[in-house]
Design a protein around this ligand. Structure first.
Ligand code: COA
Length: 377
C-alpha cells in the first residue's frame, strides 16, 4: 500500500483544506478510493462512464441507468458552429491545453449555466464534448479536415477520442487501455486543479468558469503536463544504457525528472502499476521494446539513486505513444477524464458552501512612510 509523506511547510502540505466524500489518497488501510471503491478494482472492472457517474451522482449506476447515461453522452458529442469557428481560428502551434481552456470557456458563452439546477446537464455535456473539442481543433489544424464529431459510433469516451483522432475504430485493446487510463486520471482529492475548481465554485461562479480555471492549473508541468514532459525525456534517449547515464547526469545537475515523485505519496503511486502493466502489454503488441525498456531503466535508476518513484504520468507517456497519440494531446486526455472529478467537487462545494478565503503570513515591511513622487529615488 502506498504510504503518505510526513508533510509540513509551503504549498499547504499536510493541511486539511476542507471535507470531501469523493476520494481518499493514500489513507492508511484504504489507499486511493473513489467514493469508497478501490481505484484499482474500478480500473480493472468498470467502464470510465460508470466511474464518472459514480463520482458525479454518488452511486454506481445500475444497468439501465448506465445504458441511458452512455446514450445521453453519445447524443451530446456535437460541437456548436460558433465553437467550431473559434477552434478553427486557434493556431496550429497553440498549446492544446490552451485549446481546451478556450474551448471550455467558449462553451460556457454558448451554453451558459443560468442557475445550479441544470448543473448535471452541463457536466454531461462537458464529458461528452471535450474529446470532440480537442480532436476537431487537432484534425483541422494538422490534417486540414473538418471532422464530424458525431460520426464515431463507439460508446466509450476513450474509444470516441481515438476514433476522432485516427479516423478509424480503435482496437479492443486500445479502447481498454484508454478506459483504464481515464479511470486512473478521474479523481485525486484536493490536487491543484481540483482545489482551483473548488475555490472558483466557492464564489458561486458558473460551472464553465470552475472547469476553465481547473484546466489552467492542470496545464503546468508540475501537475498534468508531466506526462508530456516525460515523453519528451524518454524519446530523447537511445537505449536503456544511455538512459541510465543521462538520468545520472540530470540528477547530478539537480534537474527535475518529470513523472517522478508526488506531493502526497511517499513510496509509490498506486496508479503506476496499472498503467505500467498496460504500457508493457502495448509494447508487446507492437513488438517495440525500446521505449518500454528505457522507461523501466529510468524507473529503477530513480529509485536506486533518489528513492523517487513513478507517478501516474510516467508510464502514461509510453502507453499513449504506443497507441499513436501525439505527445501534445496527452494532457488534454487528462482533462477529458478529470472533468468528472472536478465537477463532482464543484457540486460538493456548492452543496455545503462557504467562500474559500484563507489568510497569509505577512512578510512585508511593518510600516512604510508615504513619500511624494518628486522625492522618491
Ligand atoms: N525529480 C528530481 N527530484 C525530485 C523530483 C523529481 N521528479 N521530485 C522531487 N524531487 C526532489 C525535490 O527537488 C526535493 O529535493 P530537495 O529536498 O533537494 O529540494 C525532494 O525531492 C523532495 O521533494 P518533495 O517535497 O517530495 O516534492 P514536492 O512535494 O514539493 O513536489 C512534485 C511534488 C510532484 C511536484 C514533485 O515531485 C515534482 O516536481 N515531480 C515532477 C513533476 C511531476 O511528475 N508531476 C506530476 C505529479 S502527479
Amino acid at each position: 500500500m502506498a504510504e503518505v509523506k510526513k508533510l509540513s511547510g509551503a504549498g499547504l502540505r499536510g493541511q486539511s483544506a476542507g471535507e470531501t466524500a469523493l476520494c481518499t489518497v493514500g489513507k492508511t488501510g484504504a489507499g486511493l478510493t473513489y467514493r469508497g471503491y478501490d481505484m484499482a478494482e474500478l480500473a480493472d472492472k468498470a467502464q470510465f462512464e460508470e466511474v464518472a457517474y459514480l463520482l458525479v451522482n454518488g452511486k454506481l449506476p445500475n444497468a439501465a441507468e448506465l445504458k441511458a447515461y452512455i446514450s445521453r453522452l453519445k447524443s451530446m458529442r456535437e460541437l456548436p458552429e460558433a465553437l467550431k469557428t473559434v477552434l478553427e481560428n486557434i493556431p496550429q502551434d497553440a498549446h492544446p491545453m490552451d485549446v481546451m481552456r478556450t474551448g471550455c470557456s467558449m462553451l460556457g458563452n454558448l451554453e451558459t449555466e443560468q442557475d445550479f439546477s441544470q448543473q448535471s446537464d452541463h457536466i454531461e455535456r462537458m464529458l461528452a464534448v471535450f474529446p470532440s473539442i480537442i480532436c476537431y481543433w487537432y484534425r483541422f489544424t494538422h490534417d486540414g479536415v473538418r471532422i464530424d464529431t458525431r460520426a464515431s459510433d463507439v460508446d466509450s469516451i476513450g474509444g470516441h477520442f481515438l476514433t476522432l483522432l485516427h479516423d478509424r475504430k480503435p482496437s479492443a485493446l486500445h479502447e481498454q487501455v484508454m478506459n483504464a487510463s481515464l479511470i486512473l486520471y478521474a479523481e485525486h482529492e484536493f490536487n491543484a486543479s481540483t482545489f482551483t475548481a473548488r475555490v472558483c465554485a466557492s464564489t458561486l461562479s458558473d460551472i464553465h468558469s470552475c472547469v476553465t480555471a481547473a484546466i489552467g492549473s492542470l496545464r503546468g508541468p508540475l501537475h498534468g503536463g508531466a506526462n508530456e514532459a516525460a515523453m519528451e525525456l524518454i524519446q530523447s534517449m537511445t537505449d536503456a544504457e544511455q538512459a541510465e547515464q543521462q538520468i545520472m547526469q540530470m540528477l547530478a545537475r539537480k534537474d527535475k525528472i518529470m513523472g517522478f515523485g508526488h506531493a502526497v505519496y511517499s513510496t509509490s503511486d498506486p496508479r503506476n502499476a496499472i498503467i505500467k502493466k498496460w504500457s508493457k502489454r502495448l509494447s508487446e503488441e507492437l513488438g517495440e521494446d525500446k521505449l518500454y525498456s528505457i522507461s523501466e531503466r529510468v524507473e529503477s535508476v530513480m529509485w536506486r539513486e533518489k528513492k523517487l518513484f513513478c507517478n501516474a504520468d510516467f508510464f502514461h507517456a509510453s502507453a499513449y505513444n504506443f497507441m499513436g497519440i501525439p505527445t501534445k494531446l496527452f494532457t488534454p486526455i487528462f482533462v477529458c477524464s478529470r472533468v468528472s472529478g472536478w465537477t463532482a467537487h464543484v457540486m460538493e462545494q456548492r452543496a455545503n458552501n462557504r467562500i474559500i478565503r484563507p489568510s497569509a503570513d505577512y512578510t512585508g515591511p511593518e510600516s512604510a512612510q508615504w513619500v511624494s513622487i518628486e522625492d522618491r529615488k
